[in-house]
Design a protein around this ligand. Sequence first.
Ligand code: HEC
Ligand code: HEC
Length: 481
Amino acid sequence: MTGKLRKIGWITLLTIFGAGLVLGMASSPEGKEKKPSSYAPVVIKEDFATILTRMKAAKPGIMKRQQELLTMRYDLSNRPAQGVTMSRGKAVQEGVRVKLPAGMTWEQLAALTPEQIKEKDLFPAGFLPLPHPNHPEGGMLFPKFHINEIKKQTGRDLTRFDLDFDLPDQFLPEFPPPIYLTTRPDLGDAIYLTTRPDLGDASKGQLVTIMNHQDLFNGILNPKQLEGLRLLVTPFMQQQFNQTDDRRSELPSQGVSCFDCHANGHTNAATHLVGDIRPQEFRHRIDTPTLRGVNIQRLFGSQRALKSVEDFTEFEQRAAYFDGDPVIATKKGVNILERGSQVHFMAEFQALLDFPPAPKLDLFGRLDPKKATGEELRGQDVFFGKGRCAACHVPPYYTDNLMHNLKAERFFKPKMVNGRMASADGPIKTFPLRGIKDSPPYLHDGRLLTLEDTVEFFNLVTGTKLSAQEKKDLTAFMRAL
Ligand code: HEC
Ligand code: HEC
């Protein structure tokens, strides 16, 4: 019986492979202009050594082009904000970092209509979709600090020979980030910490990997959750990290794990291209979202809107890891997770990941006037009043669990930016704002570097015409969430 099933499986696979090849060829008939294809080539014609040499040689030029784009768009200087840090103490960057078009102020810009801004080409470049460091190539890309720590702990190398991560470290989440579990109440409370040292940050300041997860969590999780965590830190084959000639690691790779991006169940801002869209230039760059608080959410993926953490877990492995291409997934060695005993276990662990403590919020998610500053309280009034932010960001977690189309394309003509066609984004999910200071950069593609940038963005896009003071207060409020 099993033998027969296996045979049928192979026939199906061969059929998929065959179809891929045929369609691939049909899309580029000789002598005719090449029609775009949804399929990637299955058989790589160039040998690995040649690809390696060619792409390595092209890398400095590609990285330079991306750095020039970033410098043109943003003020990248290291300016920590006073009096606020991420949960474990990393500085939060302050100030609006998106550069204004020459001669404009934010007030002048906000006084214009979308049509005027579009006509005069005045939409700040940093508000446009952010391209992947090499958009035509795409793929998973990890910050250097993460690559180093994984190499140190496990010997696995997540370096790509063709590309490096692009955004400077000061604009990324703290590393490694603390883990707060719903089953282990968070403890700003000193008494707890002396009597129950296992509470509070469950990672004890370490990056959780395949090497230390047993040590850290045996006795804290139940066996089912432990097995879920094991799978979340276990590497599996992926588009760039695998053992075929069509990989982007110098040596054959052991693959990537979920927590290589969702580091400690939070995020290290590793980036990727969304798998869902074709052609390539329309695919969104995506910034890894935190998994803290996935338990209160109802839509998963910035646009994909899957309905459960279980579905998203399965989708990541089968589809997102391979750019939504099951033909290539099969070639490179997709790991099919078993729903009942693997997907569910992984989801169960993810559902334990809590938001970080927000000691100034009450049970309704509003500021406690006895703990908050005047600035924060004024910011709360703007958030719920004139700023209209709460129309979509509903307390206590500051999401309505819906998607909204912000229609930023009202402000600009579609244009190609380093291989990314900047145009309409379409509807995007309302990301929760609880714990938001811990997860820069902002928006689904990480195009905004600070909370101040998000205030200017939403002020323009929603047309609320906030004053300089109101904007400052709003930032103070979001830092308290
Ligand atoms: C490139 C690094 C990367 C890896 C590896 C990765 N993810 Fe993700 N994950 C992302 C990105 C980027 C998104 C946002 C996807 C989107 O916007 O469509 C995401 C979204 C999610 C979401 C939905 C979160 C939300 O707020 O909507 C869940 C759940 C998730 N991932 C779980 C996993 C699991 C489980 C694995 C391992 C099987 C995994 N991820 C591996 C980057 C990664
Ligand atoms: C019409 C609904 C809507 C309104 C009004 C709105 N937002 Fe949002 N917000 C969204 C959506 C949708 C996203 C995700 C956009 C994206 O990723 O491209 C978002 C994202 C954000 C983010 C980044 C979240 C992250 O994890 O990257 C911040 C910060 C934010 N909003 C703050 C505000 C503030 C401040 C206001 C009021 C001035 C506001 N929003 C008004 C819908 C809204």
